[in-house]
Ligand binder design. Sequence first.
Ligand code: G1P
Ligand code: ZN
Length: 543
Amino acid sequence: MERIKVNTAPIEGQKPGTSGLRKKTHVFMGPHYLENFIQAIWNGIGGAEGKTFVLGGDGRYFNDRAAQVILRMAAASGARKVIIGKNALLSTPAASNLIRKRQTDGGIIMSASHNPGGPDEDFGVKFNTPNGGPAPEEVTNRIFEATKEITSYDIIETQDIDLSALGTTVLAGMEIEVVDSVADYAELMESLFDFGKIRSLFAGGFTMRFDAMHAVTGPYATEILENSLGAAKGTVINGTPSPDFGGGHPDPNPIWAKPLVDLMMSADAPDFAAASDGDGDRNMILGRGVYVTPSDSLAVLAANAHLAPGYARGLAGVARSMPTSGAVDLVAKAKGIGCYETPTGWKFFGNLLDAGKATLCGEESAGTGSDHVREKDGLWAVLLWLNMLAESGKSVKEMLADHWRTYGRNYYSRHDYEAVDSGIANAMMDVLRGQLADLPSQAFPAGTVAMADEFAYDDPVDGSRSEGQGIRVVFENGSRIVYRLSGTGTVGATLRVYLEAYEDDPAKLDADAETALADIIATADQIAGIRERTGREAPDVKT
Ligand code: G1P
Ligand code: ZN
């Protein structure tokens, strides 16, 4: 066993995006690529010496190899201890929980979330701070600066560490504690929800299907839903994590989880269904004959969270990312609690959660969570839904219909144009920027424009400002279009167009979303010239 210093040079493009550094797996596997970035993390946070970290990932291809490298580098840099999930597996929310519970100096999560896995697909690395949340921009900027100055990294030369057995080993003076990936997380969930009530629900014949999409949530869902809550065996499908997610795209939305949606729209539908993504932080909620949009789910959870013991005291406030629909705002208004609008990406919720300003947060991209961890949490959302259903005795469809009758409905859809030429996408955003001053008072099929701007966020806790967070066009009738370029893609640019219209006429609450949004969809194209500029006739994905 030898500690060595390896000479290296900066590698271009190691700038963390919306959620850590994401690249093609073969890029991460290239010479020094992972090592440079890990050393840059140590350098960016003031060194690893004497520190304790959590380490885990979603089990995608290269997860196991990357874990060995990170352990050897942590030891070489003098870290005191690494707490790692068995076989280097931890869902993102479980990692966040461990970072907090064990009061560590942060953690490294190996994941590219909902992106496919495999040698030709995606890999990612993300640093989370001691509060358990994704590093804020101030930290990721320092890490990025470090990637540009790196000249060497430290690593121990040794055999692989056995990560399949629980317990503690020592590597060059650094403790490695292999922990059960599920146990602490399951305990946290039991502290928030009325497991007895949910058990009675299942015992009374309530049926459910949970699609783990061959990703990391499988073992968590099986343990909690089937073993602990008594859901029938077989409730969890695709529950064994695989390095390439069974060749699929582990993103819980109506496109990639289509078989589940089809089941729920069929005569054989169970009462409730859900799915989660590669690293377990996203969720999709379905009832018999109904799909719940993530924006609606956030609003329904905010309106009913008090039905679960962990939230019985009520919510301090709520927060949503800017492109997320305003449905939750209406709940906050009715409850008289704070409501915050942040840029896209969970890292912006961290300060609000830490400061006790928000209890529940959510994004339109299938992410909901609360102050129990500092990441979004797929299974948590599923359990909160189950707790609400158990307590209220209503079906998902009834919950949603009641919600719309009370608050009105924010029709919502997101259209994604993937792998667009970056030059074309950036030029389109520039043209939109150039139009902002002229748009107000112009009339379109969607209505007359009331306001157009590029969203910027001033963090109310630390005063930091984040600019360039998406272009908003708001109409006098409350409809809204948002244009944004993705910060997680690995090929070209992904243009996201977020479309929203509010309806409170009780007779018009049951329309198909794409139909209800037809004028707004047409207006979005008219303003930005999407079809003409990209040559695309239709979006690649609608969620
Ligand atoms: C996407 C989602 C965003 C989410 C992020 C990480 O980022 O839109 O809400 O926080 O993935 O899961 P984007 O690709 O849009 O930058
Ligand atoms: Zn994810």
